[in-house]
Design a protein around this ligand. Structure first.
Ligand SMILES: C[S@@+](CC[C@H](N)C(=O)[O-])C[C@H]1O[C@@H](n2cnc3c(N)ncnc32)[C@H](O)[C@@H]1O
Length: 278
């Protein structure tokens, strides 16, 4: 039905807004009303609900939490790209990796842990893996693992498959495309799959950054880029301090280009815009 349009009342919008904030820390102000309406309308139509209120009631009473996952999937904005914000990759190669190599004690473990928190459809952690494999001397002898987490199960599905249409690969230079991707054939001619050597370095998990982290291990570097923009100050404060606890002393936190820790209560040392150190 082309012209079918569901109206979203202010009351219903605020009910969804509160629910999404409560469950995922995502701040949906009045200006996001049209976004919420269009993103949820499809799910409502597919599910055969006749109003936003009916859908809301269903989400609330669904004890399995499955529909809540779909709701949050529909709301979260997954925009990302390969090698996005290249200065972080430059810093990683020019400063972070040499520091890691220099600080390894003679005969000590070659261990490197990186976390892509809010990894969306996988471009970020795969870019990290490619850059590290290229720049780390004797990379094959290192125990390198990249944990990549997101709230959205749909985004994680794409990430895990590691299969991208050529339109999504504009940020990947031809030599990296050849080295790290396998080109599809026949009907898949316009598609590229990340090669196993890169995929095997990345583990994808669903994780809500608003909840306590379920791991104890520490990371040398955390990318948490373009995620905090959706959170209010209190949630941002809680998140940056929780991340601080899982960063190795001397390790780094990278945040998105439009984000800053200014005004937040934190214990990081400022290095340069969007780069902080524990
Ligand atoms: C705009 S993308 C950023 C992707 C990537 N970090 C980048 O900068 O290109 C934001 C991601 O944050 C995720 N996200 C939003 N709220 C979240 C939460 N509470 N817990 C975990 N991930 C969340 C979204 O699902 C989305 O994939």
């Amino acid at each position: 039905m082309e012209n079918w349009r569901l109206d979203l009342s202010d009351d219903d919008f605020w009910a969804f807004s509160e629910l999404v904030f409560d469950k995922a820390g995502i701040n949906l102000h009045q200006g996001k009303k049209e976004l919420v309406r269009t993103r949820l309308a499809r799910r409502i139509r597919e599910g055969g609900f006749d109003s936003f209120k009916a859908y809301y009631d269903y989400v609330i009473q669904d004890d399995s939490g499955d529909e809540l996952v779909h709701l949050l999937d529909a709301i979260s904005t997954n925009l990302t790209s390969f090698f996005r914000e290249s200065k972080h990759f430059d810093f990683m190669v020019d400063r972070f990796l040499p520091e890691v190599v220099a600080s390894r004690k003679k005969g000590g473990a070659r261990r490197l842990r990186i976390w892509s928190a809010g990894c969306s459809t996988g471009e970020e952690p795969y870019s990290i893996a490619m850059a590290v494999l290229e720049a780390l001397p004797e990379a094959g002898r290192w125990d390198l693992r990249i944990l990549a987490t997101d709230l959205s199960t749909t985004a994680l599905g794409t990430a895990w498959r590691g299969l991208y249409h050529m339109d999504r690969l504009t940020g990947v230079p031809p030599d990296r495309l050849r080295r790290y991707f396998q080109k599809g054939r026949g009907d898949w001619e316009d598609w590229y799959r990340v090669k196993e050597g890169v995929r095997s370095k990345v583990a994808f998990r669903r994780l809500n950054l608003v909840h306590p982290f379920p791991f104890k291990g520490r990371f040398h570097l955390v990318f948490c880029r373009n995620v905090m923009i959706y959170f209010n100050k209190e949630t941002q404060n809680r998140l940056v301090s929780a991340i601080h606890q899982v960063i190795e002393p001397g390790g780094y936190l990278f945040i998105g280009h439009s984000e800053s820790l200014t005004g937040l209560d934190h214990r990081y040392q400022y290095v340069q815009p969007t780069i902080y150190r524990k």
